[in-house]
Design a protein around this ligand. Structure first.
Ligand code: G6P
Length: 507
């Protein structure tokens, strides 16, 4: 039977599919599962509930048939429904509105957001296409989980098309403070889009507060204990419902990274990396998508000054900076790359000696096992994000260091800092503070390193990504059951609905 004739009880929808298109040397093409916490966490429930994933395969102007993705890390399979984007939609919806309007706006306007009406139109129509695809394949009463800022209009469009569905939305990136969000010409539409969901999840409590303030200021809807009564919209025929919002900090598959950290081959590879660097006394590491939110410039500035001042020496210390290529056709990303590479070259020019680079710079992505080897090879991980929804690299580093022997320097502007409290927390704008903290990390006694790392590892291994998705989905089902029973519309039952929606499911 063709997958497209099927109906699914759980549908996950994200801009990018968790599979990559591959083309072999003989020209035959196929799909390869791309590793990621989200897909790993959802694999078991996708398998159990006959799940499907709707998303864009990452290449424009190509139509692909639905197919079954098999052979994930847990052996589970799920159906994949590719949504195609034209080259123009790639420019306007993805590179434009998603990554040159929303991305900078939601990350504290570190770069100037651009507001173009044709981009917005494209965002609207692509969100409509995603929603329609979901509406076609979702079984009656199915659960739909919409992921991230590229698809904020999907919940409302979907509720109009399919009021029977349980609709969840999770925002992987920060939700900005009202003073910034208010810049967006389409601010009301975005909020209304999100409020089509039964449950809206954010990374941090602060994001949830920003959202609730925006809803109050722009739509005049106040929330009570994390619940908003969304009125009916007679124009579109959408009935009233309750929308619940809360923070659900995302995590990683901690067990997988612990296993990688114990894997003899990876441990040997980590030793090899250090050896190839000339066995320096200290290895520092930065791993980021090459994005202006990650504070790579601030990190390099601090490191360069430490070298200038003789507080760090290339003879015994190396910084590995891995910059994973990202959004390379967007202008701000291009400029960032030039800027970072100029800075790295200058620092290396000033400080490297033959066989001992001050900074070992790698502009490419690595397979997960190699990433784990880099984590293990490093004594110190520098996470200096200026704003970051969560930062999973920090959690991966922690989970991999099974011997409790790594130091995490972590920006307080990354969501992970809410949980990883025994990291060395820094404000990346405070260059002197950052320099002192790097030195503190380098001089920390093994006993203190171990005490801090142990506490972080406990936290990451308890709150892993499976627990995150279970908690979100359980709460979503509780809220949507209340909505389906029509409690929201019936005055007498409102209080009951609210109390159940408040308490339901959150572990
Ligand atoms: C961030 C976003 C994700 C996105 C990822 C990679 O983590 O929250 O939605 O998938 O970056 O970005 P890209 O634009 O390459 O999909």
């Amino acid at each position: 039977m063709s997958a497209s004739a099927d109906r699914f009880d759980l549908v996950v929808v994200s801009n990018r599919l968790p599979v990559d298109r591959t083309v072999g040397p003989d020209g035959t093409s196929g799909w390869r599962r791309s590793p990621g916490g989200l897909v790993t966490a959802l694999e078991p429930v996708m398998e159990l509930s006959h799940g499907a994933w709707v998303g864009w395969p990452g290449v424009p102007d190509q139509e692909f048939e639905p197919f079954v993705a098999q052979g994930g890390s847990r052996g589970g399979s799920f159906h994949v429904f590719p949504v195609s984007l034209s080259e123009q939609e790639l420019e306007r919806y993805y590179e434009g509105f998603s990554n040159a309007t929303l991305w900078p706006l939601y990350h504290d306007v570190i770069a100037q957001p651009l507001y173009h009406r044709v981009w917005w139109e494209s965002y609207r129509s692509v969100n409509g296409r995603f929603a329609e695809r979901v509406a076609e394949i979702a079984a009656p009463g199915a659960t739909v989980w919409v992921q991230d800022y590229q698809l904020q209009l999907v919940p409302r469009i979907l509720r109009r098309l399919r009021p029977d569905l349980a609709i969840g939305f999770f925002d992987h990136i920060p939700f900005p403070p009202y003073g910034l969000f208010a810049q967006l010409p389409w601010r009301r539409q975005i909020l209304e889009g999100l409020l089509g969901a039964d449950l809206i999840g954010f990374q941090r409590a602060e994001d949830a507060r920003n959202f609730s303030r925006a809803v109050r200021s722009l739509l005049g809807l106040s929330s009570r204990r994390g619940t908003i009564e969304v009125p009916a919209d007679p124009e579109s025929g959408m009935g009233a419902h309750l929308a619940v919002f809360d923070d659900y900090p995302i995590s990683i598959d901690a067990h997988e990274f612990e296993q990688l950290g114990r894997d003899p081959e990876i441990r040997e590879r980590a030793r090899r990396i250090r050896h190839d660097l000339g066995d320096p006394h200290r290895v520092l590491l930065g791993i980021d998508r090459l994005d202006y939110t990650k504070g790579i410039r601030h990190r390099l500035k601090a490191y360069g000054e430490l070298l200038d001042e003789g507080r760090v020496h290339v003879e015994d210390t190396t910084l590995i900076q891995i910059a994973v290529p990202s959004r390379e056709r967007v202008e701000t990303y291009r400029r960032l790359r030039d800027d970072i590479e100029l800075t790295v070259a200058r620092i290396n020019g000033d400080h490297s000696v033959i066989g001992r680079p001050a900074i070992q710079y790698l502009h490419r992505s690595f397979p997960r096992r190699e990433m784990a080897a880099f984590y293990l090879a490093a004594d110190i991980l520098l996470v200096t994000a200026l704003r970051d929804g969560m930062n999973l690299v920090a959690k991966e580093f922690v989970a991999t260091h099974v011997d409790n022997d790594g130091v995490l320097v972590l920006s307080e502007f990354a969501g992970a800092s809410d949980e990883l409290k025994t990291a060395l927390l820094i404000n990346p704008h405070d260059i002197d503070g950052l320099k002192d903290t790097i030195v503190q990390a380098m001089e920390m006694s093994p006993a203190e390193v171990s005490r801090r790392m142990r506490a972080m590892r406990r936290r990451v291994s308890e709150d892993d990504v499976e627990r995150w998705s279970d908690a979100f989905l359980a709460r979503l089902r509780a809220v949507s059951d209340d909505n389906r029973q029509g409690l929201a519309a019936e005055d007498g039952s409102r209080r009951g609905a609210r109390s159940r929606a408040d308490g339901g499911g959150r572990a």
